[in-house]
Design a protein around this ligand. Structure first.
Ligand SMILES: [Zn+2]
Length: 150
């Protein structure tokens, strides 16, 4: 079995050979582990020397594009987000203010009715509120004590 040299394999990889030569080399590659190893070695070397993949300027260009796109999307997001936050804040404030107004008006109305009813009852009976409360507590304690003893 005659092996092919590294240079010939280089020419094969670089597609510099005729079709008949290529076919015979491909056939040899299937049968010969030594030439397969040599072929793989040359491919590795070729990959290291490939300008497109390992060129730092190319990768930098790609990275810059990615960064630019990312920044652009971030800008869009930052432009959208404050508006959304502001609108939700305004809605929240309005809702809170409305709730507070309703609560306060309801509370004031309740306080007003309670005090007016107290005033009316005290005027009608001619007895002070403190005496009324005192009478009520005495009455309830009497009934409780009576029920316990009986
Ligand atoms: Zn061989």
């Amino acid at each position: 079995m005659t092996h092919f040299s590294k240079e010939v394999w280089c020419n094969y990889i670089l597609d510099l050979l005729s079709n008949s030569e290529r076919e015979s080399m491909e056939q040899h590659l299937y049968e010969c582990d030594h030439c397969l190893a040599l072929y793989m070695e040359i491919i590795d070397e070729q990959n290291e020397n490939l300008p497109m993949i390992n060129d730092s300027s190319f990768t930098n260009e790609v990275m810059e594009q990615i960064n630019f796109e990312a920044l652009e999307s971030e800008e869009k997001m930052s432009k959208k987000q404050p508006r959304q936050i502001k609108s939700t804040l305004i809605h929240y404030i309005i809702a809170t203010a409305a709730t507070l107004i309703f609560m306060a008006s309801g509370l004031f109305h309740y306080i007003f009715t309670v005090t007016s009813s107290f005033e009316q009852s005290s005027k009608q009976s001619g007895v002070s509120i403190s005496k009324q409360i005192l009478n009520k507590t005495i009455h309830t304690s009497k009934t409780n004590g009576g029920s316990k003893h009986e």
